[in-house]
Design a protein around this ligand. Sequence first.
Ligand SMILES: [Zn+2]
Length: 115
Amino acid sequence: MALLICIVIVVGVMAFMLKRDAERRAALAAEMARIEADARTQPGCAPDRPFEVEASSVIEVHARGVPCPICGESLRLDQHTAETIRGERMRLVLVTCAACASSRTLYYRIQAKPS
Ligand SMILES: [Zn+2]
């Protein structure tokens, strides 16, 4: 009888711990989704909110200075490309955070200098 009670207690504790772990994982996933969605609203993180620069030569220097919107650490530049998005020529810089490994695209529009 004592063995049966012990088994019931162990199974009950394990079920409680598994449920609590699942709840924590779901809460963490929801928080990460919220942070990532908020990060996409930051300047340069979407084609409709690009960084404005005067020359392509400053893009990579600028991108290296942008902090990770998730953790604030520095970003590693992975790739620099040019694409036409909604009829507008843009520069895209793919970056990865050195600390949290989140990756994203930074968008740049090259503004012509006023003459
Ligand atoms: Zn980060």
